[in-house]
Design a protein around this ligand. Structure first.
Ligand code: CP3
Length: 348
């Protein structure tokens, strides 16, 4: 797909400062929207929702209709990748994801070497339908989880505080853990290539659990695999744009920038853009980084949070976003206020 000049997010990802900054919100389709909860209730299981193009298209479009965000993100989940490698994955109401935990090399060998594109066909079809359903100015984003974040679910079988089971496996059984990471690197490249071919114009890699890694494990388990995924995707599809989100990656961001990993680096909400941006190359795009709880709270904390980010990113290529996913308890009208305040900055 050719870069359209009116897609602001693609212009920013190309290194151009755009004012006011374009905006979308991580996890923008979700339970904070009553219209999402309505479709979710009709869908049956969460995976059925991800794998039914008609419904996945509908929930992807909901936040675009309501707020006119500059990007739509494919409705799916990072855990469809383990599912398409043959691992049992379920989403249990009120508890979250549950997977058949991998306990070592023998379990890994029982999974498939390659992704089942048959299982993922509805995801690609959702993207294809979205290319026709979206307004001309809206950028279509695909995504996947970073290998470490996905591996931590595959090993623990669920979300865990500080990803202790996966960290322990990485220390005790490094051959198994590296083989798992390598499998996910290959699967992620394949998956992102298919997403680009189906119509995604850029992709985001979610390293949600970067903060759990000690310094000695950060390079082999996060930085290197992400670099391999970005490199593999770009070798195959040079025009594909990539946003890298490493939650807790603060002290490592300069290394991502130096190594040229990603067209944009997303900042989590703990980082002060006024401090971090001057350390990054001026033409490197950034994204973020409002505290999702400031959006829940609304009022003065919301307005101050927005204005501080806007002041720090002026003149730089930046995409306004939260510093992590939107929370289910967020009042929808606060999101409207956020979009309005960012966009009204035209002449300030
Ligand atoms: O709008 C969007 O951003 C697109 C859809 C999207 C979902 N998950 C839908 C979803 C995206 C990009 C994700 C990514 C994802 N999934 C991440 C990385 C981003 C992040 O927030 O750190 C992670 C760690 C997951 C794993 C995951 N999926 C968990 C832990 C849960 C359960 C917790 C919860 O919020 O319920 C999910 C389920 C999930 N994925 C929901 C949604 C809308 C809620 C489930 C439901 O509606 O029943």
């Amino acid at each position: 797909m050719r870069t359209s000049p009116d897609k602001k997010i693609l212009r920013v990802l190309g290194g151009e400062p755009v004012w006011p900054p374009p905006i979308w919100v991580m996890r923008q389709a979700g339970r904070y929207l009553p219209e999402y909860r309505e479709v979710r209730a009709r869908a049956g299981s969460f995976l059925d929702l991800c794998y039914t193009p008609e419904l996945a298209v509908e929930v992807t479009l909901q936040p675009i209709r309501r707020y006119g965000f500059d990007a739509a993100i494919l409705f799916s989940d990072i855990l469809v990748v383990p599912h398409a490698l043959g691992q049992g994955v379920q989403f249990v109401e009120g508890e979250g994801p549950r997977l058949e935990a991998l306990d070592g090399m023998a379990d890994l060998q029982r999974l498939s070497e390659d992704l089942s594109h048959e299982r993922l066909a509805p995801v690609y079809e959702t993207l294809d339908r979205l290319t026709r359903a979206l307004p001309a100015e809206t950028t279509l984003l695909g995504f996947c989880g970073a290998p470490w974040t996905v591996a931590s679910y595959m090993v623990a079988g669920k979300g865990t505080p500080d990803q202790a089971p996966a960290r322990l496996a990485a220390y005790r059984d490094p051959d198994f853990f590296q083989a798992l990471i390598d499998r996910l690197v290959r699967a992620s490249i394949e998956y992102l290539i298919r997403q680009i071919d189906a119509g995604a114009e850029a992709v985001q890699i979610f390293e949600s659990f970067g903060a759990a890694l000690p310094p000695a494990l950060f390079e082999p388990l996060s930085l290197r695999p992400i670099s391999q995924v970005v490199g593999g995707l770009k070798a195959a599809r040079p025009h594909a744009k990539v946003i890298v989100f490493v939650r807790g990656g603060g002290q490592h961001l300069a290394r991502f920038a130096e190594a040229g990993i990603g067209d944009a680096l997303a900042l989590d909400w703990t980082l002060d853009p006024a401090v971090i941006l001057p350390t990054l190359p001026p033409s490197l795009a950034t994204q973020g980084n409002l505290d999702p709880l400031a959006l829940v709270a609304g009022g003065e904390p919301l307005r101050k949070g927005i204005d501080a980010i806007l002041a720090a990113v002026r003149g730089r290529p930046h995409i306004f976003n939260l510093g992590h996913g939107i929370l289910p308890e967020t009042p929808p009208e606060h999101v409207a206020e956020l979009v309005d305040r960012v966009r009204r900055n035209e002449d300030r």
